[in-house]
Design a binder for this molecule. Structure first.
Ligand SMILES: Cc1cc2nc3c(=O)[nH]c(=O)nc-3n(C[C@H](O)[C@H](O)[C@H](O)COP(=O)(O)O)c2cc1C
Length: 142
C-alpha cells in the first residue's frame, strides 16, 4: 500500500547515529531562521531538524546568546537544532565547533569562506558569492 505523505514525513530516521523524529525540516536560511521564527514553527507542530542563522566562527566562542540575533536558541530545541558556522580557517572553526558541541546542539555545519579582497567585504573574507551577494556577507559577519 502506498504511504501517505504525512506517514512518510512522520517516519523517523537516523543521521550519524542520532535519531531524527521526522522528515519535515526547516532548511538553513540566513536572515529567516532565527529563534523567534523557530518558536512559531514549534507552535505549529515543529520540525524534526532545524538550522540556526549563519553564525560567525570568530564570534561563536565568546558570543553572548542572550543578545546575539543569530547565535541564540531555546533549550528545548537544542536536540533538534544544527548550528551553522561560517569561517575561513581551522583555527577559527575548531573553537566555534567546540562551543557548539558544549552547548548541546544536535550538530554543527560549517561554511568555509575563501579569502577575497578587503574591498569586497568589511572583514576581507567571503565566499565567491560573497563578493557580489548577501550570503557571503552574512557569513563573514563578526
Ligand atoms: C533566503 C534564503 C537563505 C538561505 N540561507 C542558507 C544558509 O544560511 N545556509 C545554507 O546552507 N543554505 C541556505 N539557503 C539554501 C536553502 O537552505 C535551500 O538549500 C535552498 O533554498 C534549496 O532548497 P529547495 O531545493 O527546497 O528549494 C538559503 C535559501 C534562501 C532562499
Amino acid at each position: 500500500m502506498t504511504k501517505t505523505l504525512t506517514a512518510r514525513l512522520n517516519h523517523p530516521l537516523s543521521i550519524g547515529g542520532k535519531p531524527v523524529a521526522n522528515r519535515l525540516w526547516l532548511a538553513p536560511m540566513a536572515g529567516l531562521g532565527h529563534v523567534a521564527y523557530r518558536e512559531v514553527l514549534d507552535d505549529f507542530g515543529g520540525c524534526g531538524l532545524m538550522f540556526t542563522e549563519m553564525c560567525s566562527a570568530r564570534a561563536v566562542p565568546t558570543e553572548n546568546r542572550k543578545v546575539s540575533p543569530v547565535f541564540s536558541w531555546r533549550k528545548a530545541e537544542l536536540p533538534r537544532l544544527v548550528c551553522q558556522i561560517a569561517g575561513a580557517t581551522p583555527d577559527e572553526l575548531i573553537p566555534a565547533a567546540r562551543r557548539v558541541e558544549d552547548e548541546g546542539f544536535s550538530a554543527s555545519t560549517s561554511t568555509w569562506a575563501a579569502p577575497c579582497p578587503v574591498s569586497s567585504t568589511k572583514s576581507g573574507r567571503g565566499t565567491a558569492q560573497g563578493t557580489t551577494g548577501r550570503i557571503g556577507r552574512s557569513g563573514s559577519r563578526t
